[in-house]
Design a protein around this ligand. Sequence first.
Ligand code: XBP
Ligand code: MG
Length: 256
Amino acid sequence: MVWRAFLFDVDGTLAETERDAHRVAFNQAFKEHNLDWYWDEMLYGKLLNVTGGKERMHHYLHEFTDIDPNQENWNDLIKQIHKTKTDYYVSLLNEGLVPLRPGVKRLLEEARNEGLRLAIATTTTPDNVIALLENSLGKHSVEWFEVIAAGDVVKAKKPAPDIYQWVLNQMALKPNECLALEDSENGLRAATQAGIPTLITVNDYTQHQDFNEALLVVSHLGEETNPSYQYENGEWNPIGTIDISFLQQLKKEKCI
Ligand code: XBP
Ligand code: MG
């Protein structure tokens, strides 16, 4: 049995988008809507536990402010703020300031060459995914992905398994034919609950989360000049680059 498809998360996995892009765009939108909200880097790390920008704002409104949520139509207001935030976020990406993480482009190209099927499973807004792909991999890279499952396509966002189940349905694949690539515990829980083995590439915001259920935990996918490190038994050890033959071997050893 070999992997037939790779299912990629976006934020934190394809690129480090959260601290310097999503967070910045949220703060720009708050200002534009005359809110005195400001999410600093540390607070944002806590807020990331809630996936989805609109859901994150609702959580902040209820848990971090004294505002009576019933006084205004916060549902509509949050939708408007989120629209502004998406515009700012896309503009930031169009400036070309958010690069892909090490090894992402390499692995995607290898996967395409070897005929593996590709999909995206993310809680972020579809426009954000398209902007990231087009700016980092070129205009036609959106077509590399058979399915782009994003944002409100399912009601329950990660850590619920719905987005992964949606992708499996669309692609008519079994969970154990797919490898999910994620960066967070919420993402791992979503994929695992859908039965999909998961590779984790950690980042600053997620490095201390619980990844016990992951197939493999690494620092990133690695490049020849920038090797990856594997986390195992409380230690980080060099592992080189994560390529297709390494991943197919891993499946043989660890999966049915
Ligand atoms: C990403 C998210 C998203 C982004 C913001 O989580 O939770 O909400 O932070 O994007 P994951 P939107 O990587 O697990 O998919 O504002 O478009 O929701
Ligand atoms: Mg993520």
